[in-house]
Design a protein around this ligand. Structure first.
Ligand code: FE2
Length: 311
């Protein structure tokens, strides 16, 4: 396995059924802002919390779906290493259209499908000249896009692929559920996977600065009649205080505060917690049926070219 190094979870792309409605929810409830220009240049709506050039990407779809997950490599050398390794494994990779790379602020990028469950993954290096918009906190006080969690039918193959082929590390297990770091990113998990009856998104997380930001969200969501589907509570593995809610398509989003950080050298070993409700929440809340219920992995849209090269 090549010694791949990542900077962070880049963004999550979703197919949404009513783009204007989904964007309004992100602006009014999540506190994200629309990145100007991307709809005209690339046909995709990019949304940012102000801490990155893009945290979410919305495309039109007949049904809500998880379109892809993107990770930012430390530099183009690691991207080339990953590209060569996947080709060696016989995994088809394809290019990212120039207009999208420009809109996303990427120097180079490619996409492929995770072989066991078909999730589209994008790896990219940021454009050297990419300049972030001026840092601007909004009312939700988001610190960063934190993590995404997916549920899959073949969990062991999926986890093995990320650990053995992409140099992710595991921070903890709850039963089979695996909490993964994109090495050497310090956060307890930027990606996690749980067992499920179908391959789909479970939730997308944004980390906020303070516990008070979670508290304010509780009342704001209530006022806006947004369904809270799990929490507030505290996750034992990462120590995060959490609050989960759904958007108009039914996608589950999370705000959380606080998370264990790992050193690059000599991190603690992964723990194995039992698969019981107390391993997911110290405080005793229980997920509603709508928690993590929407967001099957999208099929390829035909515009993507599995024969593509690294660009
Ligand atoms: Fe989470």
């Amino acid at each position: 396995m090549p010694n791949l190094r990542y900077r962070r979870l880049g963004y999550v792309a979703l197919n949404v059924t009513d783009r204007a409605r989904s964007i309004a929810f992100q602006r009014e409830t999540m506190g994200l802002e629309l990145v100007p220009g991307s709809e005209e240049s690339a046909g995709v709506s990019l949304l940012t919390s102000g801490t990155s050039s893009c945290d979410l990407a919305f495309y039109d779809g007949d049904a809500p779906a998880m379109r892809r997950i993107a990770f930012e490599m430390e530099d183009e050398g690691f991207l080339e290493l990953a590209h060569a390794h996947l080709q060696q494994l016989g995994i088809p990779v394809w290019t990212v259209p120039d207009a999208e790379r420009a809109a996303f602020g990427q120097q180079a990028a490619f996409r492929f499908r995770e072989p066991s469950c078909g999730l589209t993954v994008e790896l990219y290096s940021p454009a050297a000249a990419a300049s972030l918009p001026a840092f601007r906190r909004t009312f939700t006080n988001i610190a960063r896009l934190g993590h995404a969690v997916v549920s899959v039918t073949d969990l062991s193959s999926f986890v093995r692929f990320f650990l053995d082929e992409l140099n992710f590390r595991v921070s903890d297990y709850i039963g089979e559920c695996a909490f993964l770091r994109c090495f050497p990113n310090v956060y307890h998990h930027s990606f996690a996977v749980v067992p499920g009856s179908e391959n789909r998104l479970q939730h997308v997380n944004f980390m906020v600065d303070h516990l008070d930001d979670i508290g304010r969200s509780i009342y704001r969501l209530k006022h806006q009649e947004v369904p809270v589907v799990y929490g507030p509570g505290r996750h034992p593995p990462s120590g995060s205080v959490f609050l989960y809610f759904t958007d108009p398509d039914g996608f589950t989003f999370e705000f959380s505060s606080g998370m264990e950080e790992f050193p690059e050298v000599d991190p603690r070993a992964a723990r194995h917690l039992p698969f019981v409700p107390e391993s997911f929440d110290y405080w005793g809340s229980e997920p509603a049926a709508a928690f993590g219920a929407v967001g099957k992995f999208a099929a390829l849209d035909g515009a993507e070219d599995p024969a593509g090269s690294l660009h």
